[in-house]
Design a protein around this ligand. Structure first.
Ligand SMILES: [Zn+2]
Length: 99
């Protein structure tokens, strides 16, 4: 789980998901109120999640499966990735450049 770079408090899964962190890559710490930013590495990892629909699509095409199998695979993988994402997020007190 993410740890605040300022006060070193660990954020819960709910605090991580309910803030703007997942959408804007920054959020106020629920404990100290300091603005926290996702590290560049965390941003790159979360952007890899946008590739999630590609994996089941290639499986579906490779094995000639129905689109009705593709959609549940995307939903399950998306929910799984979304629920695991906060475990890999690291926080910094400043915004790191992506490259
Ligand atoms: Zn804090």
């Amino acid at each position: 789980m993410p740890v605040c770079d300022s006060c070193k408090q660990e954020w819960s899964w709910k605090e991580t998901m309910s803030g703007s962190l997942m959408w804007k890559s920054k959020a106020k710490c629920p404990y100290c109120g300091e603005e926290q930013y996702m590290t560049a590495k965390s941003k790159r990892q979360s952007s890899m999640m946008s590739l999630i629909p590609v994996v089941p699509m290639s499986i579906t095409i490779q094995f000639g499966l129905s689109v009705f199998l593709y959609l549940p695979m995307v939903i399950v993988l998306g929910l799984l990735a979304g629920s695991l994402a906060p475990r890999y997020i690291k926080l910094a007190s400043y915004e790191e450049p992506l490259w």
